[in-house]
Design a protein around this ligand. Structure first.
Ligand code: AMP
Length: 373
């Protein structure tokens, strides 16, 4: 039996991939309504600090991975005493703190936006003075989908941002230069315990209000640039000596420079296209890497564009003839995550459009987005 920490949609997709390869799956999540718990052979619903749950979980599985980088490092370490945790807990420790992550990357000569750690709200002014405006202040831990981020256009924003930091429960923070990028890209990298690596094609992402909206692959960039993005992402995972699936998010600057924004030690929303458009999905790769099996192909079978269904989108998409239309739509693959409640900004599902030509997939994605309003 394989274990996965975190029972969101990524955990559910891992469980489906593992089941297809004949494994049984235990899912541990703190929220009893987490979607992956419902499809687990052994669901564990308890706080991540519960020692009884730890015994039950660890005693039933032979290897473990996670779908969420904010699981306690102490839990990863406790599990490592008994079995293989992939990626290792030392990687969690580096990546779950933006300051440590950026320091790690910078120390390995991987380009990141200039940044300064912020230990206390009062440090923002000095840090901003040395980084310059515009800049962004981000919570070092527990930030996601643009949450825990404050933009500073100029010195006039210092008092209000300082005040907002004073009201936060999570500290410290990191202040980074605002990069006026041309495009956002991401690359999935899979690395096995023997150091074997696979790099998926470079993906182009569009975010709305800090949340991923569309991912298109292949990215509409010069193939040499796409190659460079892949090589940079691979060098990040190599530096980490990571085993598992990683997503490296990048900013492409107008002059062609690439900066690493963020690294996730798990399959990623921008890699969901691999479920329908690749021979081996990111989740099957996660199973393979966790189990020490040979890694799979990263071949793109056809151009694809993924559109996230966020919040009320899932209601709009199923209203009237919506679902019937989607099922009839050539090349459309619908995924709904089965979450109990709809909340603004919550990822409820996605649609991947497959086509022979990139512009056809892109046109379908735009048509759906227009329908969602
Ligand atoms: P993050 O939570 O770091 O992934 O940031 C969420 C989104 O905010 C990114 O996908 C970008 O669109 C934007 N963003 C983050 N950092 C920067 C930056 N240094 N400069 C410009 N935009 C940024």
């Amino acid at each position: 039996m394989l274990g996965v920490l975190g029972g969101g949609q990524l955990g559910a997709m891992f469980a489906v991939a593992a089941r297809r390869l004949g494994y049984r799956v235990s899912v541990w999540d703190q929220d009893a309504d987490a979607p992956a718990l419902k499809i687990a052979d052994l669901p564990v619903s308890a706080p991540f600090t519960d020692p009884t749950a730890l015994d039950r979980f660890a005693g039933s599985i032979s290897a473990v991975t996670y779908e969420w980088e904010n699981i306690p490092v102490a839990l990863g370490e406790a599990l490592e005493q008994r079995l293989a945790v992939r990626p290792a807990s030392r990687i969690l420790r580096i990546l779950q703190n933006r300051v440590e992550q950026k320091q790690f990357l910078a120390s390995h000569n991987i380009p990141v936006a200039p940044f300064r750690p912020i230990a206390a709200p009062g440090d923002v002014s000095v840090a901003a003075a040395s980084i310059g405006f515009p800049c962004l202040c981000k919570t070092a831990t527990h930030g996601y989908d643009g949450k825990g981020q404050w933009q500073l256009a100029g010195p006039q924003d210092l008092p209000s941002v300082t005040e907002q930091l004073n009201q936060q429960t999570h500290s410290p923070w990191v202040l980074e230069q605002f990069l006026a990028f041309d495009k956002e890209l991401s690359v999935l990298v899979v690395r096995g315990a023997d150091g074997d690596k696979r790099v998926y094609p470079t993906v182009e992402n569009v975010h709305e209000a800090g949340i991923l909206r569309t991912s298109r692959v292949p990215a509409e960039v010069d193939p040499r640039l796409a190659q460079r993005a892949g090589a940079l992402a691979a060098s990040v995972v190599e530096a980490l000596e990571g085993v598992g699936v990683f997503c490296v998010e990048l900013f492409l600057m107008p002059d062609g420079r690439l900066f690493v924004n963020e690294v996730a030690p798990r399959p990623h929303n921008s890699g969901h296209y691999t479920l329908d458009a690749c021979t081996v999905s990111q989740f099957e790769q996660q199973v393979r890497a966790v189990c020490g099996l040979p890694l799979g192909e990263v071949r793109l079978l056809c151009p694809a564009v993924m559109v996230n269904l966020i919040g009320e989108d899932c209601i709009k998409v199923s209203a009237g003839d919506g679902l019937a239309n989607l099922f009839r739509w050539p090349g459309a693959k619908l995924h709904l995550y089965g979450k109990k409640s709809v909340r603004p900004g919550r990822k409820m599902g996605h649609v991947t459009f497959l086509a022979e030509k990139p512009h056809e997939a892109w046109a379908s994605a735009n048509k759906l987005k227009r329908m969602l309003g």
